[in-house]
Design a protein around this ligand. Sequence first.
Ligand SMILES: NCc1[nH]cc(CCC(=O)O)c1CC(=O)O
Length: 315
Amino acid sequence: MQSHSPFLRIGTRGSQLALAQANLVRRLLAQAHGVEEDSIAIQAISTSGDRITDRPLSEVGGKGLFTKEIEAALLAGEIDLAVHSSKDMATRLPDGLELSVFLEREDVRDAFLSFVARDVDGLPRGARFGTSSIRRAAQILRFRPDLEIVPFRGNVDTRIRKLTDGVADGTLLAAAGLNRLGRSGEAASLLDPRRFPPAPAQGAIGIEIRSEDARTRELVAVLDHAETHDALRAERALLDVLDGSCRTPIAALTSRDGDKLTLLGQILSPDGQTVYELERSGAAAEAMRIGHDLGQELRDLAGPDFLAQFEDRGR
Ligand SMILES: NCc1[nH]cc(CCC(=O)O)c1CC(=O)O
């Protein structure tokens, strides 16, 4: 119970990783503004994505699944800011909301977890690979078409138990999530991000606020990391052009050299046997344009028939 009204109210999902991220944001905000950590409230909000655990999320609906209930609380004024994994965010937000801050990015790479091999190439022929991510499945099948993909969800402990139980011989998790949970030691190895580019926005915590809330906007602005924000502008613009449904296996990797930003974009067929990949560079100030243009070029390269296979036929 809070005896007086809190300095700020953070909304988040209730998963271990989401709570770790919200706690990180709380600690940084308390430090930046010289307030006690417990003057910043954290409200865990259950989302549809958390409740549906038996099916791949790409089958159930878009990325909004992890954010809908949190965004409703934000719009209703029950919380002041929402802390998200940017990777789970749709590219178009509800009216009145915006992603105004991106914290400095964690490791963007995927980590390989297995008790039978040190890396993907070391898995035995025909081994079972656990992932419910269409991007990860396509990227793995590209190099290892012999592997059998099995659905795999749950938190770090659930996944490790499934590996121990032999449900799968290997799986992938974002290194960022493992690191934030203090579990980086669980990884057998980290994937080369040029061979296996990560999901757009992977590894970056985003803060969402009400557009009209000037007080919160100013309070959270200190946490924004300019270089991460540029990369996220580019990657989210790419994603916006290529995929409204989140059924497309799509990957992106941003690199930076001074003021120059380079964006690698990749789209794959679900079996990984067709891969379109392009890279474009430009001034970091043009990040959004670079992402948008690269998305258009990838669209043109792949052609309408290729992209049509991912369209949401229910719409
Ligand atoms: N799809 C769930 C999700 N959303 C964000 C992360 C990891 C943390 C991050 O990318 O910031 C994860 C888990 C995973 O992919 O291993």
